[in-house]
Design a protein around this ligand. Structure first.
Ligand SMILES: [Zn+2]
Ligand SMILES: [Zn+2]
Length: 230
């Protein structure tokens, strides 16, 4: 509770300064946003968003396809975007979410087929209690408003807490810990889900969530994240 009040105060009391360069005006300034590394969809794998030489799928995904039919990442997880995500997750700067999710919505663009539901990757309840909010849900809210696919936080639950991106565990261990991290209800049956997260580090969290949704009967899962670790 104290932490929640403190983070609200952080949002309200300080004038907007860029989280990366410190310039007054906006929480992430145009210059830093323009300088951030954008992931070119035409030059990256459709399934994991890692760079390819222009082929649709990377070698790994063509032999071992991910459960989500696509992963779109707007930025590489570095520089100003890393600063922004850190501020959003660990410094209580919830008010930076709209500027970031606007980039996600713009990347999603206008598509004829609107997904049935926008689902943020949930936090485990103990982590949600500690942080006071789910940063993925803050991002998903604006994306949902843009796409017209309603925000649904009731379809997917995180039943096992997994280590944060900030902690240093290996890829294999991380993957093992997130494998059974989620549970989905029967209400996902037949739905095309747009799955939202702030950052994909190895992709194991997104893959685990997507796998759970598909096993519960979802028709398909598309994933959209603000940033991907390259
Ligand atoms: Zn800046
Ligand atoms: Zn791939």
């Amino acid at each position: 509770m104290v932490r929640r009040v403190a983070s609200t105060a952080t949002d309200a009391l300080f004038p907007a300064r860029c989280v990366h360069c410190g310039r007054d005006g906006e929480l992430i300034c145009d210059r830093c946003l323009a300088g951030a590394t954008r992931i070119d969809r035409e030059a990256s794998c459709r399934m994991c968003a890692l760079p390819t030489d222009g082929v649709t799928l990377c070698g790994r995904c063509s032999t071992n396809p991910a459960p989500a039919s696509s992963l779109i990442a707007v930025f590489a997880f570095d520089g100003a975007i890393r600063s922004a995500i850190h501020a959003l997750k660990y410094d209580g700067l919830r008010s930076i979410a709209p500027a970031l999710s606007e980039e996600m919505a713009a990347r999603w663009g206008d598509r004829r087929k609107v997904p049935d539901a926008t689902v943020p990757v949930p936090l485990h309840r103990s982590r949600l209690r500690a942080r006071g909010y789910n940063q993925a849900e803050l991002l998903a809210r604006n994306v949902a408003a843009h796409t017209g696919a309603p925000l649904r936080t009731d379809l997917l639950r995180r039943v096992v807490d997994s280590p944060s991106q900030a902690s240093a565990v290996g890829e294999t261990e991380r993957a093992a810990r997130v494998r059974d991290a989620f549970k989905a209800g029967a209400a996902v049956d037949g739905l095309h889900i747009l799955l939202i997260d702030d950052v994909a580090t190895t992709g194991s969290t997104i893959n685990s969530a997507a796998q759970t949704l598909l096993e519960a009967g979802a028709w398909g899962v598309s994933a959209l994240v603000l940033a991907r670790e390259l």
